[in-house]
Design a protein around this ligand. Sequence first.
Ligand code: GUN
Length: 294
Amino acid sequence: MCIQNTETHKGRKMAFIIDGKKISSEIKDELKEKVAEYKKNGIEITLAVIQVGNDPASTVYVGNKKKACEYIGIRSLSYELEENISERELLDLIEELNGRKDVNGILVQLPLPKHIDEDLVIKTIAPEKDVDGFHPQSVGALSIGQEGFVSCTPAGIIQLLKRSNIEIEGKECVVIGRSNIVGKPISLLMLRENGTVTICHSRTKDLKEVTKRADILIVAIGKPKFVTREYVKEGAVVIDVGIHRNAENKLCGDVDFDDVEPIVSAITPVPGGVGPMTIAMLMYNCVSSVELKK
Ligand code: GUN
């Protein structure tokens, strides 16, 4: 591993803090240049963003996605649909967007109201416009090493590691969590990078024993400050996918940062770690949709 926790603070070694804000900005700037090149050649990239209802968190996420599009030079089409829209009406809109030559990517913000079948909605998006990487075809392609969209948070984690010069090949990689949008795809990506991957979940026996083996520990368990130093090997790299708001309205992750940071070689903070990478990689997928289309 290239990273050493050699920086000192009051005489103690400090972990390298993996700066997701900085890395995501670098990626967005690279994409901005690429989009400008495409524009010179008459190619415009368009993302259709669909939000059903007005869940405040979704409104913030969708707003940030549109802002990122604007920054990079991607055109965004906004569809704000009533909470009580029928499943059929939503599917009709997706089908219309599937057929439009001027639309490269389609994003339906989740979660959807309970009367709409999320799996059916995801399946209806044309795989070549599935910039979220949630379609079964995209997931299948990832699992057998074929080309396709990779879901944004896992793709962002790989970028965080690579751009921090943290080698994955040959490393013991342990993932806590087996969700379809983080745990499973990040495991496949680490495997693709030649890591030795273990997936832990709620039924894993002796969880601490397994996580303590990790050179790279990815935590996507959805429980605030769950991972303390008892779960972590000294010198490990820790990636925290969780985001929670505590009683004092402060953000924290699935990892108890203050407890874990002194013993690890590198760690992502919350906020400012994995979070900003999701939108950067969504933008990456929108730009690469042009290549896939070719
Ligand atoms: N809701 C929370 N995260 C996401 C995401 O990455 N994509 C979509 N479509 N909905 C979300």
